[in-house]
Design a protein. Sequence first.
Length: 123
Amino acid sequence: MEETLTYINSKLKDKYTIDVKQGLLLLTSYKDNVKMMEETLLITDLNPDVIYSQDEKSLIIKCADGDKCIERKEYLVEKKNYFSRLKIVTPDDDNSVKGLQKAFLHLIKTVQIPKYKSAEPFE
């Protein structure tokens, strides 16, 4: 898990930080080094299909049952809402996008499937 988080954070640096604590995924968004938003979700509530949206230039991770399982706190407007998908804007290169897709899938499966193991590199 630590190696997966290190890989993801190295690819998303300056825009996001990702952490996992007690089965919760914590995604923090930054703009100009200022914390803008924090999203919290149970990894067990996620659909393991991590898709790439060419239109949005983002990875999209959805809740498994279509429910609103993602809590989003916006800091500038002090607002909290719930959503059914997580959008992560990715770097422009194809290798990073494919690597991040594999890394997020690995992260989700590691939590959802107790005996899951994979040594396949992300890139």
